[in-house]
Design a protein around this ligand. Sequence first.
Ligand SMILES: *[C@@H]1O[C@H](CO)[C@@H](O)[C@H](O)[C@H]1NC(C)=O
Ligand SMILES: *[C@@H]1O[C@H](CO)[C@@H](O)[C@H](O)[C@H]1NC(C)=O
Ligand SMILES: *[C@@H]1O[C@H](CO)[C@@H](O)[C@H](O)[C@H]1NC(C)=O
Ligand SMILES: *[C@@H]1O[C@H](CO)[C@@H](O)[C@H](O)[C@H]1NC(C)=O
Ligand SMILES: *[C@@H]1O[C@H](CO)[C@@H](O)[C@H](O)[C@H]1NC(C)=O
Length: 385
Amino acid sequence: MFSSLALALSPWLIGRVSGAVHDLFVGNLMDPARIYSLSFDDVTNEFRRNGNITADASHAWIGFDHTKSNLYGASLNKARISSYAVTSPTTLHLTRSINASGACKNATSAFVEASPWPPYTVYSVSWPGPNACGMALSVDDSGALSGVTRSWKYGSQSGVHGLALGRRGNDTLLYAADLSGDAVWTHRIDSQTGAVTEVGKKAMPRTNMHPRHVKVHPNGTYLYVVMEAANSLVAFSIDDISGAAHDAGKEYSLIPTGSNNKNYWSAEVMLSPSGRYLWATARAQRNMEIVGYISCYLLAADGSIVKLMFMVPTTTTGGWANAITPAFWSDEYAALADTPTGYVQIWKLSEPKDTPQGVEYGTAEAVARADIGDGGCCANAIWYT
Ligand SMILES: *[C@@H]1O[C@H](CO)[C@@H](O)[C@H](O)[C@H]1NC(C)=O
Ligand SMILES: *[C@@H]1O[C@H](CO)[C@@H](O)[C@H](O)[C@H]1NC(C)=O
Ligand SMILES: *[C@@H]1O[C@H](CO)[C@@H](O)[C@H](O)[C@H]1NC(C)=O
Ligand SMILES: *[C@@H]1O[C@H](CO)[C@@H](O)[C@H](O)[C@H]1NC(C)=O
Ligand SMILES: *[C@@H]1O[C@H](CO)[C@@H](O)[C@H](O)[C@H]1NC(C)=O
């Protein structure tokens, strides 16, 4: 099961490559429609913006294909998904712009995710709600988007903010965080026909928790869900047979005990490359002068949450974004993108300690920051090298 993800867990990808310069791209959450490239030197901590690329739209979310030769973008102000060829670590070339159609006609989107498995379908969902829909887009041999192949509806109350992909046999599982519908949906995509079938709709443990983003453990054992309104994290077990999100585990707060829940709206959940560290973020509300938080959890090999290692304040509100993206070349680094201040910041785990459950970290520190104050930056950053 999930053997095709073994590549993502190969030892050569993990814990090597300190002493290198790493390239990233970051999209703009709002206009102007631009994507920037950045480079980070993990020896000197020098971090700077390089390329300034005209985009097809401002992209609330960007993601690569499995070879990182294409980048896809979803937009909150244009009802279309865009694809770019990655022509160098600092340049992109727009290859296609596909209008939302079918069940998603005229719908904007806050998320896009490319499947790492053939035929490398790209998935998106509509945001905001109601009547959210999903779309599957095919790609050509180069990875450029070629068209909408399937579309489907979620519920009449639904607004889907985030997606994650899993695997059962040769079939793909698509998990959708339905924020306004307070549910996580699971669809199964038939590997032969591409047919999209609903296999589960899991209500959240309490009402108005507002699941925003989701992540699947590489072994296919757990689905981690960040709750925007509840400011918490819940790991759901995944049903062995159907692949649907199943039982909810313990709820972990993403803000310090005693905080006023209304001052925050949590944003992101992401896994480190070894699958042992789970990062999650809470944003302070936009009109606040307080800051957000980064939490990091230690996971067991099976994906269960062992413990919260630490929760540290961010340096600004993160009001619109606070999207955290772990590096793929080390467990210890992550990039945090902020709107409205407009910057990308590099965080590094520190105070490692050997324990029977593996290496635990005592805290994390911001080691570098690149400001991009164009008024629209920064939605999410992705590591190219
Ligand atoms: C895509 O949508 C835009 C805006 O609605 C429209 O102007 C354009 O003609 C559409 N393109 C295609 C190929 O349908
Ligand atoms: C498309 O969506 C926009 C923005 O929500 C709306 O103003 C417009 O009327 C819609 N167009 C159609 C054809 O539904
Ligand atoms: C998955 O696909 C491979 C290659 O097409 C095939 O050999 C295998 O039998 C399939 N497995 C299942 C469970 O369908
Ligand atoms: C999950 O996968 C990792 C990496 O392949 C492996 O080390 C670990 O034992 C797996 N855990 C379980 C419970 O299968
Ligand atoms: C990117 O380029 C545009 C067009 O030249 C310019 O207006 C904008 O200020 C640049 N962005 C940054 C952050 O320098």
